[in-house]
Design a protein. Structure first.
Lengths: 342, 360
């Protein structure tokens, strides 16, 4: 396997970081409402925001609607892509995605329970429910797959699929017996949606992300050895079982946080790592951080499309990622048939 | 920020403030408007509504015995011909006088309300899980949700007439019911005026034309009252939200859009191309609505906090800044039944309070 040199690593990541910053600025300029983008005025509005003073109409649009939404899109997209890259490395399976361990089913089920019992789609309770549901699903899958202290990959995959199917069935059950008016909220939530949340909510999301980011990014070298197979990796000094557990927990945690703030956004976690791998090779020291940055850029741009394409109405961003993702993935499969059919 | 509740809110329970609703100028007899969300008010207006709905001649006890025996006999035939249930059903229903004691099934909450408003509620043999108004509707047997009504449960009620909606109900279910030889009347009112037609149509089916006409005349008066009251007032811009997260507004072609126009408002989401758009918050801010009507749902008070939290995050919207965020019962806005007019009055009161000052 071709490893990248240190200087190449940093220059590529630097470029991605730059692209990310430009994308965020672009998302601030661009939107369905026409605003007067005066740099001097915007700086003043930004200061007013920091002092929690009232903003002008344009200032509110840029700093209360567009900026928080852009930041959230970056966090969610980055988190999903990094989780996807980690799962693909861990399970050595190109079809792995962030929802692989039953996360989507578990969180959707719990979130809908939350919606029914809190009798409203208030953003107080529902994300916490989604988060707990995702964790429950992950631990169920890990517990089911664990045999005498080991966590065999195939069993883990199967357990995840079964847990997910089980929770998905419970979701269908709830949706069909519920006479609740919250049904539309639940359905939109499952489609995946980035909204303009408060800065404190975004800060909290970032805080949850931090440990998962640090752990997963630090595992790049282990992942590289993993690609050789579990046994060789173990012989080369990787604590295989510990790494598997760490990745399962932290990648799922990352996913659960993303899901809890934005619902189920598909394809980002699957596609982005593949794109990066095709462009820059499979070195995980580069693949993981680059997936995070590019995932952020990708979802930010998808969300931009979702915001403007049928303005003044919006589409759920999950619709855009899936519409772009489906054909892309078919093309990808076609292109690399030989590789996957080995 | 203080969020104002509508003058009368959830399910009419807090409608006391409406005791002082203005008298309708030029309206004969100076009758009071019905209390919003309370069909009992209609009965005050129309004493004739109060007459016992059950006009079916009561059989003397001896004849009752014969009747029961005959029913039993029919049932025996029914069982014998189980394979041919269709013709048997027809035989049963022909036996009855449809006008006096029909067995009615309603497959939508607005239709249930209309049946009750025509004093035929006692004859409802089945309703949906969503039929929650008037409160008596909750005591009726439930046949399922709007989309997942049990065919078997409907058949078991042996209804003489079934009222359904084309959009709300499952069309295959309606076809299926018709295949069983049952009479299904499906309505799809799309405007406020078409709601009145639906009331007249149901009145005709149930032999209650007079009452339906009186009800429609009364509702028309309410509509006229509002239109006259707000005439000449400067229209105000209105945001009507069905849901906050995601923000779903009333687009063109909805009853809400119609109500806003009639109540002297301009719907800021009228430019969306779909009836229930997820609406862009930045466009909301750019359009600076003067009033926000939150009809997200009839929630318990604890959830008011979530509502308050949400809107107070947007202090740059004039309606929020000026405390013009009002809550309305969604059933008065979305449900194409008689209470739409109650919603219209409430909305006009919120948008143009100066036009509805009580003169003592």
């Amino acid at each position: 396997m071709a490893l990248v040199t240190r200087s190449r690593l940093f220059s590529i990541l630097g470029l991605f970081l730059l692209a990310l910053i430009f994308s965020i600025l672009f998302a601030l300029f661009f939107g369905p409402a026409r605003i007067n983008f005066n740099f001097f005025e915007m700086t003043r509005q930004f200061i007013a925001l920091l002092r929690s003073e009232p903003l002008s109409g344009d200032g509110a649009i840029v700093f209360r609607v567009r900026l928080p939404r852009a930041l959230l899109a970056v966090l969610v997209g980055g988190g999903l892509a990094l989780a996807g890259a980690s799962f693909q490395a861990l399970l050595r399976n190109p079809l792995a995605d962030p929802y692989i361990l039953g996360v989507s089913g578990g969180s959707a089920f719990a979130a809908i329970i939350g919606m029914i019992f809190s009798s409203s789609f208030s953003f107080g309770a529902v994300p916490i429910f989604a988060f707990l549901g995702a964790l429950a699903a992950i631990f169920l899958a890990i517990a089911a797959a664990r045999t005498s202290g080991k966590l065999p990959v195939i069993t883990l995959l199967l357990a995840g699929v079964v847990v997910n199917a089980f929770f998905a069935a419970l979701v269908m059950f709830l949706l069909s017996v519920s006479s609740s008016r919250h049904l539309p909220s639940a359905i939109y939530w499952m489609m995946g949606q980035i909204s303009s949340r408060s800065y404190s909510a975004i800060g909290l999301t970032a805080l949850y992300y931090l440990p998962a980011l640090l752990v997963l990014l630090a595992l790049g070298r282990d992942f590289n050895l993993f690609a050789l197979g579990e046994e060789p990796a173990g012989q080369l000094g990787v604590n295989v079982e510990r790494s598997k557990l760490l990745v399962s927990i932290f990648a799922s945690l990352l996913t659960a946080v993303a899901v809890s703030v934005s619902g189920l956004i598909g394809f980002v976690g699957l596609m982005v790592p593949h794109i990066i791998r095709m462009a820059f090779g499979p070195d995980h020291r580069l693949l993981l951080p680059a997936s995070f940055l590019f995932g952020g850029i990708f979802l930010l741009l998808c969300d931009l499309v979702a915001r403007v394409i049928i303005a003044p109405a919006e589409l759920p961003v999950g619709v855009i990622t899936a519409i772009l993702g489906g054909p892309f993935f078919i093309w990808l499969l076609h292109r690399s048939r030989e590789q996957f059919s080995r | 920020m203080k969020i104002r509740r509508g003058p009368a809110t959830v399910n009419g329970e807090k409608s006391a403030s409406y005791a002082t609703v203005p008298r309708i100028p030029g309206w004969e007899g100076e009758r009071m408007l019905p209390k919003p969300g309370n069909l009992a008010g209609l009965q005050d207006t129309f004493p004739e509504v109060r007459e016992s709905p059950d006009k079916s001649p009561r059989l003397p006890d001896s004849e009752l015995g014969i009747f029961v025996v005959r029913k039993f006999f029919m049932c025996a035939i029914f069982l014998a011909l189980a394979g041919n249930s269709l013709s048997c059903r027809k035989g049963l229903s022909q036996d009855k006088d449809l006008a006096s004691s029909p067995r009615i099934v309603s497959l939508a909450p607005n239709l249930t309300e209309i049946v009750f408003a025509l004093s035929m509620g006692d004859h409802l043999a089945g309703v949906t899980d969503f039929c929650d108004y008037p409160p008596e509707a909750r005591t009726k047997p439930r046949l399922g949700g709007l989309k997942n009504i049990s065919l078997e449960a409907v058949l078991a009620k042996n209804p003489d007439i079934i009222f359904a909606t084309k959009d709300g109900n499952d069309l295959t279910l309606i076809a299926e019911l018709q295949r069983f030889g049952l009479k299904v009347e499906a309505y799809q009112p799309r405007t406020i005026d078409e709601v009145l037609d639906t009331i007249l149509g149901i009145g005709k089916e149930l032999g209650r034309q007079n009452q339906a006409e009186q009800l429609v005349a009364h509702l028309r008066d309410q509509g006229r009252f509002v239109v006259n009251s707000v005439a000449g007032a400067k229209p105000v811009s209105v945001l009507l939200a069905y849901q906050r997260e995601p923000l779903i507004l009333a687009g063109p072609g909805t009853f809400a859009d119609d109500l806003i126009k009639k109540a002297g408002g301009i719907n800021i989401a009228a430019d969306a191309k779909i009836p229930y758009p997820i609406y862009s918050m930045e466009i909301v801010i750019a359009k600076r609505p003067e009033f926000i009507l939150d009809v997200s749902m009839s929630e318990p008070d604890s959830v008011d906090k979530a509502r308050e939290q949400f809107w107070s995050r947007w202090p740059d919207i004039p309606a929020v800044k000026n405390g013009k965020v009002a809550v309305m019962n969604p059933d008065l806005i979305n449900r194409p039944g008689p209470r739409l007019f109650t919603g219209l009055i409430q909305m006009a009161e919120i948008l143009h309070p100066e036009r509805f000052k009580v003169k003592k």
